[in-house]
Write a protein that binds this ligand. Structure first.
Ligand SMILES: Cc1cc2nc3c(=O)[nH]c(=O)nc-3n(C[C@H](O)[C@H](O)[C@H](O)COP(=O)(O)OP(=O)(O)OC[C@H]3O[C@@H](n4cnc5c(N)ncnc54)[C@H](O)[C@@H]3O)c2cc1C
Length: 457
């Protein structure tokens, strides 16, 4: 199927020339629609529904699961011109924001009002609020504030036939039947287009304490996590672990990142607390870490004494893109329970040794059971991503883990969804998709292949 001339004509009439753009990209749709209002999004979907024309919602293009890649003649629907923060309600501690607003812009606007939008991850400067909702993003503070799903109070969504569902709830408790918003959070644009979001804001922390610790073995990491979790009275906001291959590459000689701790340790753990009393919290943080050191839970530590030292530690953890200089690699995002994690990593590392010149880098949000696993080979000729992926997902299945902890399924993990979802779950997903989008025009082939939906709905 190609996009019909009359469909494009109707869309151009609706959006004007500025709202229908041609962009050259091998993977993305050639024609990108750029509405400025919910009414225009609704109009687009009415036209596309009538014509059977597929669309792909597009946010900041930072997703890591090929969720915005074309699979046929889809049109792109970018939310970039719908980027207004409509309201920050300091009494109710809520924000109403259009889906195309850049995450960092929303976070900074909340901060100006003394409030915290606790979503934070490396792509914060490009990812949109709508994209974070559609992928149910996680990030660096899940251990304390949960994933996007836990921060969204209400949504406005446009359905496949153009119906606008306004569910902009601002209350924390609202048990009035089905929680409709949850259906769209993490659905990756396959069930509706998110146009506006009500997010819950929290008090802005006035103290932040950050340390990087060198830990000698894996059981001590788990002990340290449990110890910090119980001794920091709910203020633990990050527990990020870097295996030595990650830390040593990012802080290698000649890198822009200095080494806060010397190379040679088994694990590097970034811990952070957020609190409300800078003096007392700093004292408490030091004393808690002092006790952990006495208990030999770690062997070396550096505490950030200023914002720039804190940033320097976080920049090491966040500089994931630097890994692409290692050679051809594929980043994976998996979950396994903590009791299985060490054996899981041992199995991956052993399996990767069967490849020539392997790259196997591991780091992640360990406090949330979530590891990022980077697999590849130093020499492009030896690169066999399919075999490496098969190895990884077989081991994930063996430990009953998840093939996607936070990046979603998109196109990239679709064929492995069955490793983490049973037949009944998959069949129910197909029935939901068929019911919500009978013509299969909303981001078709993402999460579930079109023919799989037809066969199982
Ligand atoms: C360096 C880096 C670090 C990252 N770290 C993390 C991390 O720690 N935790 C984490 O969870 N993720 C992380 N990510 C990936 C993360 O999922 C995305 O960055 C973000 O959530 C996607 O937002 P986006 O606006 O870029 O969406 P896009 O990439 O444009 O789209 C992603 C998906 O959402 C859909 N979509 C987008 N907007 C809408 C909408 N308005 N309505 C319906 N569907 C929509 C798209 O169709 C697509 O399926 C990272 C990415 C990078 C590059």
């Amino acid at each position: 199927m190609t996009v019909s001339g009359s469909t494009l004509e109707s869309l151009t009439q609706l959006l004007g020339e500025k709202g229908v753009r041609r962009e050259a990209d091998d993977f993305l749709p050639e024609v990108i629609l750029k509405p400025v209002s919910t009414e225009q999004v609704s109009g687009i979907l009415k036209i596309c529904h009538a014509a059977g024309q597929a669309i792909i919602p597009i946010g900041g293009k930072t997703g890591l699961a090929q969720g915005i890649h074309k699979t046929g003649d889809e049109l792109g629907l970018s939310l970039e011109r719908m980027n207004t923060i409509e309201e920050i309600d300091v009494h109710n501690r809520t924000m109403i924001v259009q889906a195309g607003c850049i995450l960092q812009v929303a976070v900074e606007a909340a901060e100006e009002q003394g409030l915290l939008l606790p979503m934070d991850f490396g792509a914060r400067g490009s990812a949109t609020v709508g994209g974070a909702v559609a992928t149910n993003a996680g990030g660096n503070r899940v251990i304390r504030y949960g994933m996007m799903r836990d921060m969204v109070l209400g949504l406005e969504v446009v359905l496949a036939d153009g119906t606008v569902v306004n569910s902009l709830n601002k209350m924390i408790k609202n048990n009035t039947g089905y929680d409709l918003k949850q259906m769209f959070i993490g659905a990756e644009g396959t069930l509706g287009v998110v146009t506006r979001v009500v997010v819950r804001l929290r008090p802005l922390a006035s103290s932040q304490n950050t340390a990087l610790l060198a830990v000698p073995d894996f059981p001590k990491i788990i002990e340290l996590l449990h110890y910090l979790d119980s001794s920091t009275a709910g203020t633990l906001s990050a527990f990020e672990v870097m295996w030595p291959e990650y830390y040593e590459f990012i802080t290698r000689e000649g890198s822009v990142h200095k080494q806060p701790l010397p190379h040679g340790s088994q694990y590097y753990v970034l811990v952070e607390t957020l609190g409300s009393d800078s003096e007392a919290d700093a004292e408490n943080f030091e004393s808690i870490l002092g006790q952990a050191m006495e208990a030999e839970l770690f062997e070396d530590a550096v505490l950030a004494k200023s914002q720039s030292e804190r940033n320097a530690i976080w920049e090491i953890r966040d500089d994931v893109l630097e890994l692409f200089n290692l050679g051809p690699i594929v980043p994976y995002d998996i979950s396994v329970t903590l009791d299985n994690m060490e054996a899981f990593v041992d199995d991956i590392q052993a399996g990767m040794k069967t490849f020539d010149d392997p790259i196997c880098i591991i780091f992640g949000h360990l406090g949330d059971c979530n590891l990022h696993v980077i697999l590849g080979t130093k020499t492009p000729e030896a690169f066999d991503p399919h075999a490496q992926e098969e190895l990884l997902y077989t081991i994930v299945g063996r430990y009953q883990g998840s093939v996607s902890a936070e990046h979603g399924i998109g196109l990239a993990k679709r064929e492995h969804l069955h490793c983490s979802r049973n037949q009944d779950e998959l069949a129910l997903m197909c029935r939901m998709k068929k019911m919500m989008d009978p013509q299969n025009i909303l981001n078709p082939n993402k999460v579930l292949a079109a023919d799989f939906v037809s066969a199982n709905a």
